[in-house]
Write a protein that binds this ligand. Structure first.
Ligand code: NAP
Ligand code: HSE
Length: 429
């Protein structure tokens, strides 16, 4: 049985997320039609290899390798871009808008780097671009920030917004799993990007932060200006020491208002086990928001994977069909260019440092003196003997300026008894 207004969709790409969209239409199409009076059909789908087995068996003539067949089909009113990457996605989205189609995308790389230009083009064409799935997978973040929290002055957003790295850190922490094995599992489960270095090196989280901060702080954000550090340097030893000290290690994306501007950064950090973000595990994501009216709020859910992400994509398709957000001004509102991005060096933070040192008298004292001479106060200390006359010394500082901390770290690493490669992470306040 089918009912509701028939709406034909064109899809560019049918991999993990596109396969999820096809499954939702197959599995929940009637439910959706009952709720929305809209009956979705996948009319044409662009892929590279039409002979590949897909999550859902669509009629073979649905697939094409010619983008024009999707974009220029007059029966299609919404084009869903799920190919990923910048080109040809950018050109095809522009062409779809010019063909008078609304566009839905999950592409954070594209929306973070070219979202402004594409949203302006959409406005000129009288169409819209919907991109809820581009940040936070299945969790509603774009809509709440744009609509529900619009009356708030947002003071900070702190997110775990990359499912792959959160999955890896969780498995390393809970199962003592090796980094490479955890990554391979995240890839198999469909969480990782086609090029997983974007996840591991923090770029994926930075793109999402650029999108969310653009909305939350109402300013254009160039992801190229963000301070980005991935999880490559997080070892199992750091995870164990962090736990001993009452913390877990998470890859955080943080945007906060400071006097004179905004600081936007992605880096691993120690998070107190008492903080709500500490209990966000596996591919789950969460965004912690502090607004002047709402106070603290947290959004939590699955940030990656076929069905959770496709759930947000399908909701965007329905929104597009309903023209719900016709008056939406998109990512960027009126006060373009008024917010200055400040470097991370303006911040005061607590730091965790793990040194490898010669296990002999005076070494610990020499370290403490270096930090003390720079006025860096130490909060917690662990020293453990390892094999072959080497000891591991772990310090956590009190709040200190980045500049002062870096100066003392440099001096400490020059001490003859200290090995030159320390593990260094910030501690979330
Ligand atoms: P994917 O599994 O790699 O799928 C990409 C699809 O696009 C494939 O069907 C591929 O065709 C097609 N494609 C790529 N380049 C093409 C080209 N030049 N011409 C024709 N077809 C092309 O990617 P995905 O994981 O679904 O991700 C899609 C988008 O969603 C990305 O922007 C990603 O960042 C975003 N996203 C993903 C997730 C997730 O959990 N995976 C979550 C949120 C957002 P073939 O199948 O024939 O190779
Ligand atoms: N690779 C991304 C992640 C997919 O792991 O979070 C969801 O955007």
């Amino acid at each position: 049985m089918s009912f509701g207004k028939a709406v034909k969709i064109g899809m560019l790409g049918m991999g993990t997320v596109g396969g999820g969209v096809a499954q939702i239409i197959e599995r929940n199409g009637e439910l959706l039609a009952g709720k929305t009076d809209i009956n979705l059909t996948l009319q044409r789908v662009l892929v590279r290899d039409p002979s590949r087995r897909r999550a859902v068996d669509l009629p073979p003539q649905t697939y094409t390798t010619d983008p024009d067949v999707v974009i220029r089909d007059p029966a299609i009113s919404v084009v869903v871009e799920l190919m990923g990457g910048i080109e040809p996605a950018r050109t095809l989205i522009s062409a779809a808008l010019k063909e008078n189609k609304d566009v839905v995308t999950a592409n954070k790389d594209l929306m973070a780097q070219h979202g402004r230009e594409l949203l302006q083009l959409a406005r000129r064409c009288g169409r819209n671009i919907y991109y809820e799935a581009s940040a936070g997978g299945g969790i509603p973040l774009v809509r709440p920030l744009k609509h529900c929290l619009v009356a708030n002055r947002i003071k900070c957003i702190i997110g775990i917004i990359n499912g792959t790295t959160n999955y890896i850190l969780t498995r390393m922490s809970c199962d003592d799993m090796d980094f490479q094995e955890a990554l391979a599992r995240a890839q198999k489960l469909g969480f990782a990007e086609a090029d997983p270095s974007s996840d591991i090196e923090g770029r994926d989280a930075a793109y999402k932060l650029a999108i969310l901060a653009g909305i939350a702080f109402n300013c254009p954000v160039d992801p190229g200006e963000l301070s980005i550090e991935g999880i490559k340097n997080v070892t199992r030893a750091d995870i164990h020491y962090a736990r001993e000290l009452g913390y877990t290690i998470k890859l955080l994306a943080i945007g906060e208002e400071k006097p004179g501007g905004l600081v936007l950064r992605v880096h691993p950090a120690l998070v107190s086990l008492a903080h709500p973000l500490a209990s966000v595990h596996d591919e789950f994501n969460a965004l912690f928001i502090e607004g002047d009216l709402i106070g603290e709020a947290m959004f939590y859910g699955r940030g990656a994977g076929a069905l959770p992400t496709a759930s947000a994509v399908v909701a965007d398709i329905i929104d597009a069909v309903r023209s719900y957000e016709r008056a939406d001004k998109g990512l960027y509102a009126n006060n373009l260019g008024k917010t200055k991005l400040l470097p991370v060096s303006v911040l005061n933070s607590r730091f965790y440092v793990r040194f490898l040192a010669q296990d002999r008298p005076g070494v610990f004292g020499a370290l403490a003196t270096v930090f003390g001479d720079e006025g860096v106060s130490l909060d917690m200390i662990i020293q453990k003997r390892k094999k072959n006359g080497i000891a591991e010394i772990v310090l956590v500082t009190h709040d200190v300026s980045e500049e002062r901390f870096n100066r003392s770290l440099e001096k400490a690493l020059r001490l003859p008894s200290i090995q030159p490669d320390a593990g260094v992470f910030r501690v979330l306040a």
